[in-house]
Ligand binder design. Sequence first.
Ligand SMILES: *Cc1c(COP(=O)(O)O)cnc(C)c1O
Length: 273
Amino acid sequence: MQVGARPVFADIDQKTLCLLPGSCAAAFTPATKAVLLVHVFGHCADLERFHSLCEENNLALVENAAQAIGGEWHGRRLGSLGRGGAISFHPTKNLSALGDAGAVVTSDSELAERLRQLRSHGRDGTGRHAYLGTNSHLDELQAAFLRLKLGKLDAEPARRRELAVRYNAGLPRDVRIADGAEGGISSYHQDAIRTDRRDALKQFLLERGIGTGDYYPAPAHSEPAAAAAGPFPLLPETERACKEVLTLPVRPSLTDEQQKTVVDTVRRFFAGV
Ligand SMILES: *Cc1c(COP(=O)(O)O)cnc(C)c1O
């Protein structure tokens, strides 16, 4: 919206919680320029479908990989699959700085040059400014922290995946577990489960010392900030997910024993004991 584009929201897939290709395609018009895919919780959508949709309709695929660093699709890193990908290094993210930081990745060298200019008030190599940019430098100190942590990037998702596999095996059938599409490896930024008793489960866990997250209690298209781009169609799956999704602890430092406590407590909730 800040660059004059109008966002058109589409509905999400129940399992991956990512954009649903069919709903997305139904929203295309001749004015459509790009598909913005959010790898929510680090899960990947069916990227095969999105690649062909974008190719057939001459659209740019843009990835919001803020939560997805470390995740993969058929051996390729999430964030590197479209025209450009945005990665967040916010302290809460999988590869975290000690303050705010982020990056855009692209294999398009012209776009890369333009992005370099945009992050620096629009200044080009000759010191001239062809267009307005912003001050979006990566702080040197944060860059130094990130360079150190980058070397450990692959160990983190491995531990997160291990925890996710164990949640999958141990949680009761009362909850449905979100996961990436077949062919992808999630970064498991969060381990998201779904239940229509979300709020009661959250409270039950909290009373027993287990913190959980109910991210996105309201869908983006209902935010007052988006209202100017509306009205938007009904998005029932999105609305439902906002009421049902709960994220369980999945930080790599979580011990096996702590995870077992979480699993046992969730089981006790559904067993009513
Ligand atoms: C964290 C996050 C952002 C924002 O990242 P910043 O580094 O704070 O700009 C955007 N989208 C998603 C999906 C995120 O998780």
